[in-house]
Design a protein around this ligand. Structure first.
Ligand code: PLP
Length: 384
């Protein structure tokens, strides 16, 4: 139904049903001219292009993202090439020589998981990881952990878990139990652009991370963080973008920071992805593709996919092995946990030979759903 919006990627990879948009979404055609517009603006304005970018492009994108997430203050949104950079910048607001206690889950993406495991090697960092499974009791166990763990400096949890597709306990349901001096960060990468997220009630309390590579369809390089208003943290990992207003002053004395989200900015970056992301928001607007409508379309695709999977009657890829939790809900991809990693790799290879691109991690096979699918496309999925 929406394939015509993605003709460049679809034509470049004919005969392939791309079921890995949760990893890397195809870019809609409008992003191609946006990419060229960035080039043209660079030629037209050269070193003066930063004016255009910071006075027009960045505020426009902040506005769209704020609208998408119901954030009241668009200027609290700061951009970076990836979310890891922003996460690390926040981690450096805690002094390295003081103990640090973080509450999280065992289902967080590699950037966070690797980084915190490395920090634990310091010896003064403690990370408490609540197991995601069983999902049915996660909401209760998570709330119990918040109530029982004292002196937490930081809480970090996904919006939707990358290794299952299951939604995490929603921040609105547990934030009131968190002491005011505990930093709360949500990894919203699998929520942003996919499911409806209303952060209005928590905007002044939480840090929210996400990026354009997945459901926002803009490719790499346009990640962002929403920073609570009035935040006075002083990241040690800081670049010159974090205090534009102060650059013309004498550079001495304590380091100053912008009073909005820019205090967590870094330094020179490639802004072409910001052009692409703007083009995607404009396309959604022109097509009347609200978040609710996109989500609704994906839910229909998921139903069609499961119907087909049922009819395949496969020994491994079936509903018994589907990771799911009705109470918590799902994001825009499904994960099957099979008997072992080798089986998963073999099935993924076989599917790929049959023209179906999936992705897999260890013993988990993931299928994602995109606007550039039609419900009948899943009939192409064969396991032999
Ligand atoms: C939950 C989640 N967070 C973050 C990322 C991306 O991390 P980064 O921006 O550090 O590359 C991914 C990518 O797959 C992810 O699944």
């Amino acid at each position: 139904m929406y394939k015509h919006l993605y003709s460049h990627f679809l034509n470049a990879r004919p005969q392939l049903l791309h079921c890995a948009p949760h990893s890397h979404y195809y870019w809609p055609d409008v992003t191609r001219s946006a990419q060229l517009a960035y080039w043209d603006d660079s030629a037209r304005h050269a070193d003066e292009k930063w004016n255009l970018i910071f006075s027009e492009k960045v505020p426009a994108l902040q506005g769209y993202i704020a609208q998408e997430l119901h954030l009241p203050d668009p200027q609290q949104i700061v951009f970076a090439q990836n979310t890891h950079e922003l996460l690390y910048r926040v981690l450096t607001t805690f002094p390295a020589n003081k103990p640090l206690r973080i509450l999280t889950t065992d289902g967080e993406f590699h950037s966070f998981n690797r980084q915190t495991r490395r920090l634990e090697e310091r010896g003064n960092v403690e990370v408490i990881r609540v197991p995601c499974e069983p999902f049915e009791t996660l909401q209760t166990r998570w709330q119990e952990a918040i109530a029982s763990e004292a002196n937490l400096d930081m809480i970090f949890i996904s919006q939707v878990f990358y290794n299952s597709g299951v939604q995490a306990p929603q921040v609105q349901t547990w934030i009131d139990a968190v002491p005011a001096n505990t930093l709360v960060m949500i990894d919203g990468y699998h929520g942003y652009g996919a499911i409806e997220s209303n952060l209005a009630a928590v905007a002044d309390r939480i840090f929210y991370l996400a990026g354009g590579y997945k459901y926002a369809q803009a490719g790499e390089g346009v990640c962002f963080m929403a920073v609570p208003k009035g935040c006075e943290f002083r990241p040690e990992f800081t670049g010159w973008f974090a205090d534009f207003a102060g650059l013309s002053k004498a550079q001495q004395g304590p380091i100053q920071y912008a009073s909005d989200g820019m205090r967590f900015a870094g330094a020179t970056m490639d802004f072409s992805a910001i052009y692409r992301q703007l083009a995607v928001f404009e396309m959604w607007q022109q097509q009347g593709l609200t978040t609710a409508q996109r989500d609704h379309y994906i839910r229909d695709l998921q139903a069609a996919f499961l119907k087909h999977i049922d009819s395949c009657d496969h020994a491994e890829v079936n509903r018994n092995n589907l990771l799911q939790c009705e109470a918590l809900g799902h994001g825009h991809f499904f994960t099957f946990r099979l008997s072992d990693a080798k089986t998963v790799a073999n099935i993924a290879a076989q599917l790929r030979e049959n023209g179906i691109a999936t992705d897999f991690r260890n013993d988990r096979l993931r299928f994602g759903f995109a606007l550039y699918h039609n419900p009948e496309d899943y009939q192409q999925i064969r396991f032999a």
